[in-house]
Design a protein around this ligand. Structure first.
Ligand code: NDP
Length: 296
């Protein structure tokens, strides 16, 4: 069997097109331009790439992008003051503080200082609680993008066995919650899980978010299962030339694609969907802030 490749890049382009249509309506009918503010502290190279790409795509769909680049040694008080200003700014509908923050800053404190209504990453404790109780919330972008691809490919997820590899607050836990809300039978696996291969073999849906390059081999995958690879890992690629690198996921793509029914590639799978969902969340936040019907 060779798996169907779930094209996250094409799906994300469609989501961005829909976002752009909503933005045009908000501007033309209501005179409102949604605005997304991204706060970057320090010079982590991967974060700089993400922030640049987020800013570019925000502008491409017609929204306003506000970037706040702060020095690596910015104090917690100064960072909290920036967030407070953005919370109060009516032109800003979404706020994202790029993680990870430098070690001297308390990420939980900073994230929980964002107005939950503007918390387009969905990491604020209020949004976590709302999601956990099945109420309307801001949903974290990477799990949301993964869920959209699963629904698009499988239709109803009800009753399916889902295994989420990883229990981080930003991917694993919200992913598991979303799958549970869609009536999957959910197992969350992590570094202490016993007999991991057997656990994964029972899954109709595997979501891998462990941050370990190509950790999941094809013989862990139930034939026909749907595999969502969240991992983004840069590894040496001597076959491409001296000093060259490539991006790989948390699953071994070649062997998993032999067994799975469908699989997301890396790059071109979950990554583009994450940014598209961030833009969609910003439009949702803007609609809610203005008492307007939000996009479905
Ligand atoms: P974290 O490091 O926060 O969490 C990793 C999780 O994997 C932990 O729960 C850990 O378990 C578990 N784990 C680690 N090793 C093993 C193992 N050998 N067996 C089973 N479980 C293991 O990572 P994130 O959740 O932040 O990210 C996961 C991956 O997703 C990374 O590759 C990251 O780059 C990528 N990512 C991609 C995004 C995208 O847009 N596509 C967005 C965000 C992340 P324990 O809790 O026991 O330590």
């Amino acid at each position: 069997m060779t798996a169907t490749v779930i094209d996250g890049k094409a799906f994300a382009a469609k989501v961005r097109e829909q976002v752009a249509v909503h933005v045009t309506t908000l501007k033309d009918k209501h005179g409102i331009t949604p605005g997304l503010a991204v706060v970057l502290v320090g010079e982590d190279p991967a974060s700089q790439v993400y922030v640049r790409s987020k800013g570019k795509m925000t502008v491409e769909v017609g929204m306003n992008s506000y970037e706040h680049k702060l020095d690596a040694d910015t104090s917690e008080a100064d960072l909290l003051a920036v967030v407070d200003k953005l919370n109060k700014d009516p032109a800003v509908h979404g706020i994202l503080v790029q993680l990870p923050l430098p070690k001297h800053l308390d990420s939980d404190l900073v994230i929980n200082s964002i107005d939950p209504a503007k918390d387009v990453d969905g990491f604020h404790i209020s949004n976590v609680g709302l999601l956990g109780t099945g109420q309307k919330s801001m949903v974290p972008c990477t799990p949301l993008g993964s869920l959209m691809m699963l629904r698009d490919h499988l239709g109803s997820l009800s009753g399916l066995n889902a295994v989420v590899l990883g229990r981080s607050n930003i991917v694993g836990k919200p992913m598991a919650q979303l799958l549970l809300n869609d009536s999957c039978t959910v197992t969350i696996a992590h570094s202490r899980t016993k007999d991991l291969a057997d656990v994964v073999r029972r899954a109709d849906i595997v979501v891998a978010a462990v941050g370990r390059p190509q950790m999941v081999p094809g013989d862990w995958i139930k034939p026909g299962a749907t595999v969502i690879d969240v991992g983004i890992n840069r590894i040496d690629a001597p076959d491409l030339g001296e000093g060259k690198t490539r991006l790989v996921g948390d699953v071994d793509y070649a062997s998993c694609a032999e067994v799975a029914g469908a699989i997301t590639p890396v790059p071109g799978g979950v990554g583009p969907m994450t940014i598209a969902c961030l833009l969609a969340n910003t439009v949702t936040a803007c609609c809610r802030a203005n008492g307007l019907a939000e996009p479905e």
